[in-house]
Design a protein around this ligand. Structure first.
Ligand SMILES: [Zn+2]
Ligand SMILES: [Zn+2]
Length: 338
């Protein structure tokens, strides 16, 4: 039997371990993917640290996967061996439950969990995926460059296009990091008037070079007041991971504005009077389905949107993970597997 290599978490809190395994055969409605690249994301701490409910080990993290189809299981229609595919968080959907039939496949009642959490992910040479979890990848899109688009990319692009903001509207990208540096590029290409908000001035030049027309330093000024001076935001894409920082921008929403929450910060305190007098909203956004991933890859390809990445080999996954956790990476970390 041919073998595969995986960088697996043997138990909660343990270091990643190189494991040689038999290459698994795809089950019904599953495919086997030869992984080309996989992004290393802050959310992988859920898998490594054991913070996701019901975690079972060993588990291979990784939910920003690009590869090629190597084998198809029974009852897989519409896909061919050799096709380039991407897999993000979305683990697939059944197509027949009430959620799926109402167009909310992300909330499928039968296929739950997430890639790299409830099933093995892309820190490996091979992985299995449900066929409905697959996104098509444009043939000339570089795997290493585009892997983070399957998480950081889809999350920002999909939240922006569902925020209610249209061409010319003022949109704030809160946080110029792994998510935010992509959010700025998407917002600018979507024709929005982009304001970047970050602490300090270090990232102002970068934010402007990516497409931000305005920049607010949240350390030296009140970001909500600064947004109001610009007319109030139609949407704020909140990518930060600190509740106090997020709360400080909500007051910057304009009439009918929406705070799109994509950074998990726990409890959030907002002024209800401020919301109701502006008819404003605070809304969470799930990254998206495989179809949303495909849209993100196509849009990124057409508009030359890329994440800025630091590259590591598969066997260096622990170093890559440590680098990501340090918060010093500019901006995403990617494993080049093939
Ligand atoms: Zn991610
Ligand atoms: Zn379903």
């Amino acid at each position: 039997m041919a073998k595969m290599r995986a960088m697996a978490v043997p138990e909660a809190g343990a270091r990643l371990q190189l494991q040689e395994r038999e290459i698994p055969s795809p089950d019904r409605h599953e495919v086997l993917i030869r992984v080309q690249a996989c992004g290393v994301c802050h959310s992988d701490t859920l898998t490594v640290g054991g913070y996701a409910p019901g975690m079972r080990y060993p588990r291979v993290p990784g939910h920003e996967v690009i590869g090629r189809l190597e084998a198809l299981g029974p009852d897989v229609d519409g896909w061919q061996v050799g096709t380039r595919v991407g897999v993000g968080w979305f683990p697939g959907s059944c197509g027949y439950c009430s959620q799926c039939r109402h167009g909310d496949a992300f909330a499928c009642e039968n296929i739950q969990g997430a890639t790299g959490i409830s099933r093995d992910g892309g820190y490996a040479t091979h992985m299995l995926a449900h066929v409905t979890a697959l996104a098509r990848v444009p043939p000339d899109l570089d795997a290493v460059e585009s892997a983070p688009l399957l998480c950081a990319g889809i999350t920002t692009y999909n939240a922006l296009r569902n925020s209610g903001a249209g061409a010319g509207d003022l949109v704030a990208i809160h946080g110029v990091g792994g998510l935010g540096h992509l959010g700025i590029q998407f917002a600018a290409r979507l024709g929005l008037r982009v304001v970047a908000i970050n602490r300090g001035r270090d990232k102002e030049e970068l934010a402007r070079s990516l497409g931000a027309q305005e920049y607010i330093d949240a350390q030296s000024s009140d970001p909500a007041a600064a947004l109001q001076r610009l007319g109030g935001a139609k949407a704020i894409l909140a990518t930060v991971t600190d509740a106090a920082a997020m709360q400080a921008v909500v007051g910057g929403l304009g009439t009918n504005g929406t705070l799109m929450v994509i950074g998990a910060v726990g409890a959030l305190t907002v002024d209800s009077l401020d919301l109701l007098r502006k008819r404003a909203a605070v809304k969470g956004w799930y990254s998206g389905t495989s179809a949303d991933s495909e849209d993100t890859l196509l849009f990124s390809h057409r508009h030359r949107i890329r994440s800025m990445n630091e590259i590591y080999a598969l066997e260096q996954a622990q170093a890559a993970y440590d680098r990501m956790v340090s918060g010093k990476a500019r901006f995403r970390v990617v494993l080049k597997v093939e």
